[in-house]
Design a protein around this ligand. Structure first.
Ligand code: TAP
Length: 490
């Protein structure tokens, strides 16, 4: 039977007054796996009011860091115990492979544990200042945190926000992407089993322009933390201006992956495949623009295509699949449209470019690993985020040209350099205007490091201590140790 999903508000599973429900689809088969509610503006406003009341009651925000850490560890353990179910739900709903989904769930566990650990660290400063004054710098929760996430890492992107926001003592309100609510619902079932006070965490599903917009513009929301496209991010900033709420934005990318003649070719090839085809290219930090120095270009392209051809595309639940389905029909059509644009712009379609059919794959949204060569920087396929298994390979002459092409983008999320000359690699990577970078690697990162972009790839950072800061206010308390009149006017 198709599962009927419900909102989780004030510690209760509740239906929406809106009778219109959204069919949740498995993109590998197009089968309906659940029906999700779509909250109205009024329901969203009511849920925000409850979150605000909960925050003001102090039931969570006043708990000691040690007590909050214990709850985060409990949630981590519950996720760990339910790893298989969460993995399979993510595969079913998002289309990614089992291996990818399992790694997401493991990272979700680690993220909760990391922020529980941070809560046991000193958090604040004390300054001796002039005379008999002493200043304390303390951190406090912001209030109600509205969390809006995309569909590409439904569980992990939710956890990257929920764990630090709860750690900081906020009340949270999560809006998952409309089409991928399955792991968020399961996560809230687990949160419900934990000792988190009821009402401190709210899950509300629905349409971005209704639910997301209401969260972004509400005067009762104190921070909106958004991960998604740059276009919607811009809109969120405008909506947030009403009450000057804090805005944290993790947005899109068009990241350069620069390969020099002296690179270790096998390493560069391997990471450059991983850099774009992991997650079917639906990853914000994907290395979607490969730049190769002219001496290595022909050999690199030829070997890259040979290897990309061998990637096994198929349903995520099949252990043999190395690359899964595209998340939805709408996004699938958008990627195919970009491939058509690339052909019309005169780029050379060196590999792929089509829907995959046969062996039952015609029931799902599968696209071949696609490689364009002979591209120029003015082409739309080089400038715009395609967010699919489509990569462009471009030639450069020297260091100066590599940097110029790499930075010729409105985005600044990620970038990589491959070279056996460590001095050169460091020289170049420091010039790449991006927040997440690699030398002789791609995609590998860790929770201890801040994640976020330069330029139009966002504002603020997730993960690490920076990620906790996003959800905290900073207060100075100045204490007069020798209270006596200041006599300014005498
Ligand atoms: P978006 O279309 O921007 O949607 C993201 C979220 O915003 C969804 O929950 C969406 O709801 C909601 N939304 C849509 N319109 C809204 C509005 N007017 N007001 C408030 N919320 C609104 O992105 P997507 O297509 O889901 O995800 C892909 C994008 O996310 C890519 O650009 C990718 O680069 C970026 N991304 C960035 C990162 C980081 S860490 N930088 C990580 C992952 C993804 P609906 O689902 O109902 O439309």
């Amino acid at each position: 039977m198709t599962k009927e999903l419900k909102h989780y508000i004030n510690g209760q599973w509740v239906d929406s007054s809106n009778p219109n429900k959204l069919n949740i689809i498995n993109p590998a088969t197009q089968k309906v796996i659940a029906r999700a509610p779509s909250a109205t503006k009024e329901e969203t406003e009511e849920a925000i009011k409850i979150a605000k009341r909960m925050f003001e009651s102090g039931i969570w925000s006043d708990q000691s860091p040690v007590a909050r850490a214990a709850v985060l560890l409990q949630i981590a353990d519950l996720i760990q115990e339910n790893l298989d179910e969460l993995r399979d739900l993510e595969v079913q709903n998002n289309g990614k492979t089992k291996r990818e989904a399992e790694s997401d769930v493991e990272e979700a566990v680690n993220t909760f544990r990391y922020y529980a650990g941070l809560l046991n660290m000193p958090n604040g400063q004390v300054y001796e200042t002039s005379g008999n004054m002493q200043t304390l710098i303390i951190k406090e929760p912001i209030g109600v945190a509205g969390l809006i996430v995309p569909w590409n890492f439904p569980l992990l992107m939710s956890v990257w926000k929920i764990a630090p926001a709860l750690a900081a003592g906020n009340s949270i309100l999560l809006k998952p992407a409309e089409i991928t609510p399955m792991t968020a619902v399961k996560l809230f079932e687990l949160i419900d089993q934990s000792d988190l006070p009821k009402g401190a965490a709210t899950l509300i599903m629905g349409d971005g322009p209704v639910v997301g917009q209401t969260i972004a513009e509400s005067v009762d929301v104190d921070i909106v933390s958004f991960t998604g496209s740059t276009g919607v991010g811009r809109h969120i900033m405008q909506a947030a201006a009403g009450n000057m709420k804090k805005v944290s934005l993790e947005l899109g990318g068009k990241s350069p992956n620069i390969i020099f003649d002296d690179a270790d070719l096998e390493t560069a090839l391997d990471y450059s495949l991983f850099g774009i085809f992991m997650g079917s290219g639906q990853v914000c930090s994907s290395g979607s623009r490969i730049l190769v120095q002219e001496g290595l270009y022909d050999e690199f392209v030829q070997k890259y295509i040979q290897k990309a051809k061998k990637i096994r595309v198929g349903p995520g639940h099949d252990e043999h699949s190395q690359m899964g389905a595209i998340v939805s029909e709408k996004h699938f059509k958008s990627i195919l449209n970009y491939i058509q644009i690339g052909k019309e712009e005169g780029a050379n379609l060196a590999l792929g470019g089509s829907r995959i059919e046969g062996n039952g794959l015609e029931d799902g949204f599968f696209i071949e690993p696609t490689v364009f060569t002979d591209v120029t920087t003015d082409m739309r396929i080089v400038r715009e985020e395609i967010f699919g298994p489509v990569v462009t390979i471009q030639k450069f002459k020297d260091e100066e040209e590599a940097i110029k092409i790499a930075n010729d983008t409105e985005y600044g999320l990620a970038g990589a350099v491959f070279s056996t000359d460590q001095n050169k690699a460091l020289r170049i990577i420091k010039k790449v205007r991006a927040g997440i970078t690699w030398v002789n690697a791609y995609h590998l990162t860790n929770i201890q490091a801040p994640w976020g972009g330069y330029k139009q790839s966002g504002i603020g950072r997730s993960l690490s201590t920076y990620g906790l800061d996003e959800y905290q206010e900073t207060k100075q308390i100045n204490i007069n140790l020798d209270p006596a009149p200041i006599r300014w006017f005498e």
